[in-house]
Design a protein around this ligand. Sequence first.
Ligand code: SAM
Length: 279
Amino acid sequence: MNVKYLLEKMDVLPKKSLGQNFLQDPNALEKIAAAAQIAPSDTVLEIGAGTGALTVKLAQRAAQVIAIEIDDRLLPILHSQLHDFPNVTVHHADILQVNLDALLAERPYLVVANLPYYITSKILRHLFEANNKAQRLILTVQQEVAERLVAKPGEMSILSVSAQFYGKPQIVARLNPAVFYPRPEVASAVVRIDMYRQAPVDIPDEEVFFHVVSAGFGQKRKQLKNSLGSGLDMPHAAAAALLERAGVDPMRRAETLTLEEWATITRLFAAQDARLFVQ
Ligand code: SAM
């Protein structure tokens, strides 16, 4: 299928504002579908079905594909391309408004998507926060985002902490802009995140954990005692004492911490009134 020809025939001009860079290279499509390791009994959720090029590959492998697409101009194309696949249901919706728990009930599922880059972080958050989380995510994202998802201590961000808290991310392929129509201005990569059934670190509460992490990253390039102090509304000396008890040098910066260290700080923060640490 020639994507450019198909869009022109249907009089659809790709919208940059919707992140519309369609995959047109058969090898790239195969690579993504193969990385998902779809079994014949699997349910796959596809976000942003576009012209259906990836949807077809998924439908050939899975028991069921639930495809979400926000742009009504693409629906006639999707319906014609997916005509021979009764195992695909197309939903015209904004993924951020879709209640995944209601849509999937308690079914296990995988997510495979060439994401609209303008809302990558929001979509990740939506997927991570569902009660019934996917077993794994195979996502085409901007290469720079892919690097951030797999970052190691020294280069961590809230995005890497979240991705590595909820699952094990790895880059499985790099994609040249030429595999898309129109070509995006940035390089892309395919990331696979195998989701954990249980948190990989011991924390009393997920909300408190992310409250602490967000506070730590709240002020760029500041020492932890300052960013945590401001973000958690504690005197900076109390934040420094809390960090010392956690075995973390208060002068370190948020990007250097491991998940284990964030968890230790969270446990201490949750267990004690931090003001007690003021000397
Ligand atoms: N899957 C197709 C492919 O690989 O060629 C299209 C991928 S394109 C990068 C992203 C798709 O997501 C577009 O079709 C766009 O219209 C759709 N999209 C953008 N925002 C969306 C949203 N909030 N909810 C659902 N789909 C969205």
